[in-house]
Design a binder for this molecule. Sequence first.
Ligand code: AVJ
Ligand code: FE
Length: 425
Amino acid sequence: MSVVVRSKPSLRERFVDVRDFSDRITRSLSPEDCMVQSTEDASPIRWHLAHTTWFFETFVLKQDPTYQEFHPEFAYLFNSYYNAVGKQFPRPQRGTISRPGLDGIRDYRAYVDQQMMTRMESAEFLGNHSHTIEVGLNHEQQHQELILTDIKHALSANPMLPIYEDSVFDDRDSASGNWDRFDSGQYEIGHRTSEFCFDNEEPRHTVYLPEFSIAADLVTCGQFINFIEDGGYRRPELWLSLGWNAVNDDDWASPLYWVCQDGQWMQFTLAGLVPVNRDWPVCHVSYFEADAYARWAGCRLPTEFEWEFAGNSAASVEADSSESIENHGQFADRLFRDDLAIHPTRSSSGMAGAVWQWTSSSYQAYPGYRPPDGAIGEYNGKFMCNQYVLRGGSVATSSSHYRNTYRNFFPANARWQFSGLRLAR
Ligand code: AVJ
Ligand code: FE
């Protein structure tokens, strides 16, 4: 097999690629689709398209005093949470805003794109802003994943169960049942190359890990059905206290998007309602459900450090053997396709790329962490409280966005992301 090695794209090329990709994944949506905010956690698609544009306008273009802003009200309307930039329109009401229309938001994107593209011809401009532009592109890629999870939630709330994209699922996979064992030792954790990373992946530091084993497969839907049928959602001894509250307050009896029809579990996907496939990885579970499942299975969730170390080893094994690239998972498959899948179907294809995997680690600063100076310092650091780290990337993550040191984070009750789990012991 031949491996295509692409030369590293320039920042301008990457800018065009990433901005275009937002258009591509929203092209099939109507203006009405783009206005819905079906839950406070999610945002209207139109808001994502504007906010990612606001990011470049605020943190790059407005640094230049000759730049003319597109609209004076947008600074307030499309600021997500940067207090140092100014006040923000309340998040829960984002779905009540109908102007600018979707066309107006596309005009805003085109204006900012044009301003950026012209300026990026200047070496001086690139010298001053390339890191922030890189952050802006990675930011937009995060929002591309949120666009998919948020439109999925919005469509799922409609009893007509509309389809985002028709898709044939690729089912070639079955769990190996293997465990990978690692010796105790002192291991280096965190980002180390000169490639881009987010601030929360640094500084690199040493951790001590006792001997551990980590499952080669993700927990599958079939295994999760066994948990459900064993009364998993009705047995308080399996649950953390806050998790048990969530089960009862929100009537959880299965992963999000699952419904039982005539004894058959069905699940809503971006391609509509399909039968739950027992071999697919379980997805749309909260930290609480992941933790309860692990307890039921007599195991536990890995820490984020165990996960990263095991992921490093898996990546180096794969790099040594061209053969293994073929078995390298939904996520890495896309390195060569530059595409997004819309539902995870492979449970045993490497550590990364099917679903984000809950770890038992609280989202905290690494020793010596310092947020960047200025408003952009609010990007990651201020959320280091009451959230858990997820590792691994998902079918909705762009492969050019993911690294083995990547730390995603969500509150323990969040389940609308493509989140699943892998066991450790
Ligand atoms: C890392 C996915 C939790 O959803 O707020 C978007 C990503 N940060 N804009 C989030 C993000 C700033 C972030 N997560
Ligand atoms: Fe954002």
